[in-house]
Design a protein around this ligand. Structure first.
Ligand code: GRF
Length: 202
């Protein structure tokens, strides 16, 4: 069984999708055993507590350098015997130390069809604002492995979502979450946890 940590910063709807999917038996090789938030206000922490999952808060501002923040994060995960990491609406930057601690074992959900509307500065509503600004007819979500390039790792899954007349960034964000993010992230969690479970022949 692969121990999964989910890193969060906001409302935690992607975390909730993972929790519900695990409950439905759709992630047979993985178990979410820890939720780490980048701030103590994240509603995602409530969702974790309601699901009986252990939580931690690791805030970048509590550390003087990005490296110390990375080290603190890695030690919390290692203390909990975490095998793989899922970034679900996580907004802090992860440095090379963190990436190196979990090579090809970190997945992230991005709310566009990478390589469109991704990279530095593209997160949350900003992604949907840019898509509407550009006037694309189709957007969607991408789940990818995390490496040192923001939104640059190997793409695992993508799902297209139609943009409709009158869409605001908020309406579009909700549709992309419902029709793509909340489907793809559990699918990727199941795939990678199965690969890791087989690899380590647990
Ligand atoms: C959403 O914009 C999602 O696309 C991105 O993070 C934001 C918040 O997600 N991944 P969540 O509700 O906190 O999971």
């Amino acid at each position: 069984m692969v121990n999964i940590a989910v890193l969060v910063s906001g409302g935690g709807t992607n975390l909730q999708a993972l929790i519900d999917s695990e409950k439905r038996g759709e992630i047979p090789h993985g178990k979410i055993t820890l939720v780490v938030a980048s701030n103590k206000e994240a509603y995602a922490l409530e969702r974790a507590k309601n699901a009986g999952i252990e939580t931690a808060v690791v805030r970048r501002k509590d550390y003087s350098t990005p490296e110390e923040h990375d080290e603190a994060l890695v030690s919390v995960l290692k203390d909990h015997q975490i095998d793989m990491v899922i970034l679900a609406g996580y907004l802090s930057i992860l440095g090379p130390k963190f990436i190196a601690a979990y090579p090809d074992r970190i997945i992230n959900i991005h709310p566009s069809l990478i390589p469109s509307f991704c990279g530095k500065g593209f997160y949350g509503l900003k992604v949907h604002e840019a898509a509407l600004e550009k006037g694309v007819k189709v957007t969607g979500a991408t789940v990818h492995l995390v490496n040192e390039i923001p939104d640059g790792g190997k793409i695992l899954f993508q799902k297209a979502v139609e943009i409709q007349d009158g869409d605001t960034p908020e309406i579009l964000q909700r549709r992309v979450m419902e029709q793509a993010e909340w489907i793809l992230l559990p699918k990727a969690a199941a795939l990678i946890s199965e690969q890791l479970d087989k690899e380590e022949d647990r």
